[in-house]
Write a protein that binds this ligand. Structure first.
Ligand SMILES: *Cc1c(COP(=O)(O)O)cnc(C)c1O
Length: 421
């Protein structure tokens, strides 16, 4: 029996309605930008397996560092103990994070890094004797699938059974270049009527909202407003972090830096699950006390797993290398040329780009998980490219090591799709 058949017996997949989508493609290996299925078919991974494997799958530099580490120290409790991989990683991150970030808290996936960011914001005020229980978030944001993260997310179509248990969240539109006065006015009203603890946002690019992009100047003004009102700003850079927007972090495009940052996905180059919540000295100091109850009593069994820390350190070194930085520039230029080529096509409504993130909206209405979207997905896979359209938006977020020939193939297959949809 094929893996695809055996899968169906016991496995329940994420974000899947199994009655409508019974088949899961079995991938047996991956190297650099290529996935190979159990029948030997190859696919270019043009979304870096949800934006994780940015240095290529099974990257030799990362895997050899981790296999060395594996023989020395595999796992140890991170409460009361520490280890070199975590320490080295923290030192390396200080070189690339916005300078106000000083402390690093570990967890193991993007959603929990956001939960921790939310707890930091709520407890920061609590520890200072202020009750603030409302959060602000952007409409259409996505921050993960645990309860706090779901609460601050705006895509609520599938949240029906849970909504009544959500945290108190007020939503504002993203700044689009024209609406800033209205957004700031709305913020004024929200803070008059509520006790606002924090603002959780994806800086510049909202991934799950189909790579929706917004205005850095407007975001900067919103962040300034929050600072002036002692609202803790929590930048969810789970997707945008580690070079995606052309800088190491999207937050580096704004003058005002966040108080808290959430990182995961490309952090370990896709090798192992890990996440970080980083914060300023000021946030940390609000928890630093003779009173044990003022500490951040949050922890995960695998917090700061030494193997994941080693993978992350190797990834950060790669990110800073000249080779990867040149690749990022090369992909940005290449996407720009592709955007210019297709933007006037009658089937294309709009194109946009931030760093190596490229998105194209089709001139056709499509349900997020509807038939037409499935047809498009199948078209790409049949032509050897793994692209995962979000409704009628096709986006590329390929590994930094994608070759020019592979990029050309991705573009060609998208252009072929424009002729057939
Ligand atoms: C993927 C993602 C998350 C959730 O991360 P998981 O590791 O899937 O829990 C949160 N925020 C953003 C912006 C993401 O892209």
């Amino acid at each position: 029996m094929s893996l695809q058949e055996r899968d169906k017996k016991h496995l329940w997949h994420p974000l899947t309605q199994h009655k409508i989508h019974p088949e899961s493609l079995a991938i047996s290996k991956a190297k650099k930008c290529v996935l190979t299925d159990e029948n030997g078919n190859e696919y270019i991974d043009a979304i870096a397996s949800w934006y994780t494997c940015m240095y290529g799958h099974c990257n030799d530099f990362i895997t050899s560092r981790v296999s060395e580490q594996m023989k020395r120290l595999d796992q140890v409790v991170f409460s009361g103990f520490t280890h070199e991989p975590a320490i080295k990683l923290s030192e390396a991150l200080m070189d690339i994070l916005p300078q106000n970030q000083q402390k690093i808290f570990f967890s193991d996936n993007g959603s929990t890094s956001v939960e921790i960011g939310i707890k930091m914001a709520l407890q920061y005020h609590f520890n200072r004797g202020e009750k603030r229980n409302t959060l602000i978030a952007f409409e259409d944001g996505f921050h993960g699938d645990t309860f706090g993260a779901m609460s601050v997310s705006g895509l609520s179509v599938y949240n029906g059974p849970f909504e009544e248990f959500f945290l108190d969240v007020k939503r504002i539109p993203v700044p689009n270049g024209d609406n800033l006065d209205a957004v700031l006015q709305q913020l004024e009203t929200i803070i008059k009527e509520n006790k606002v603890a924090g603002f959780v946002y994806e800086p510049l690019v909202q991934g799950a909202a189909a790579m929706k992009m917004h205005d850095p100047k407007g975001l900067d003004a919103i962040l300034k407003f929050c600072k002036n009102n002692n609202i803790i700003t929590v930048a969810d850079e789970v997707m945008t972090g580690f070079g995606k927007t052309g800088k190491h972090f999207a937050s580096l495009h704004m003058e005002t830096k966040p108080d808290v940052m959430c990182l995961s996905k490309a952090l370990t180059g896709g090798l192992l699950p890990m996440a970080l919540t980083t914060c300023t000295q000021d946030i940390y100091d609000a928890f630093y006390s003779d009173d044990i109850g003022k500490g951040l009593f949050h922890g995960h069994t695998y917090s700061a797993n030494p193997l994941a820390c080693t993978a992350a350190l190797a990834s950060v070194e790669l990110l800073q290398s000249e080779a990867i930085q040149n690749n990022i520039k090369r992909i940005m230029v290449s996407h720009e040329a592709f955007g210019n080529r297709v933007k006037n096509h009658p089937k294309v409504k709009a194109t946009r780009q931030s760093g190596i993130i490229f998105a194209l909206d089709l001139n056709i209405e499509m349900a997020r998980y509807g038939n037409l979207r499935d047809t498009l997905f199948k078209f790409f896979m049949d032509h050897g490219v793994f692209l995962r359209p979000l409704g009628s938006t096709i986006y590329i977020q390929a590994p930094y090591v994608i070759t020019d020939a592979e990029l050309a193939k991705v573009y060609t297959v998208i252009e072929m799709a424009l002729e057939t949809v």
